[in-house]
Write a protein that binds this ligand. Structure first.
Ligand code: HEC
Length: 147
């Protein structure tokens, strides 16, 4: 019961910011015995990290690109280029990687917004979606271009 009370207090104050909650619990652990809720939260936290690490290229595309290039990759004519049958996309892989790393025109750079792994997944997705057929690229291409 006492544990449940502390537990809900933490949730109320920190609005489900699991990272902050865990940090506070570790800070106060000499005063109260938080081991049970702490173990629970760490589990939730790690599960969430694992989930995001497993995101597929398609999920990442829908989250980061579909807003402009549309879910079917065909864009909006004269505003957002279609990625279907696009030479930049299906070419060597370097061109599409550079667009994501540097950005282009109205399109922002994704260098700070995502990891090399995520970029590789998205690129390999767009190279083989919307009717495209492109060889898979490796993360080394992204890392070497980023430098
Ligand atoms: C805010 C809107 C927006 C988002 C989000 C966006 N793009 Fe773009 N993208 C554009 C625009 C606009 C262009 C055309 C830029 C130009 O040529 O001036 C473009 C160009 C491109 C090109 C080059 C196509 C060509 O024919 O030159 C590729 C490849 C591309 N985007 C892929 C992506 C991928 C993959 C994502 C997700 C990681 C993404 N874009 C996210 C707006 C966006």
């Amino acid at each position: 019961m006492v544990i449940a009370l502390f537990y809900s207090e933490f949730f109320f104050h920190y609005k489900y910011r699991f990272d902050v909650i865990v940090e506070k619990m570790i800070e106060n652990r000499s005063k109260h015995n938080y081991s049970l809720p702490l173990a629970l939260l760490v589990t939730i936290f790690l599960t969430k990290i694992a989930e995001s690490a497993e995101e597929t290229g398609e999920a990442l595309f829908l989250k980061n690109c579909a807003e402009c290039h549309q879910r079917d990759g065909r864009g909006i004519s004269n505003i957002y280029p279609s990625l279907a049958g696009n030479e930049v996309v299906v070419g060597s892989g370097v061109d599409v990687a550079l667009v994501l790393i540097i950005g282009r025109g109205e399109m922002p750079s994704f260098s700070n917004a995502m990891s090399s792994t995520e970029m590789t997944k998205i690129i390999n997705y767009v190279r083989n979606a919307f009717g495209n057929k492109g060889e898979l690229i490796s993360i080394d291409i992204i890392d070497s271009l980023k430098q």
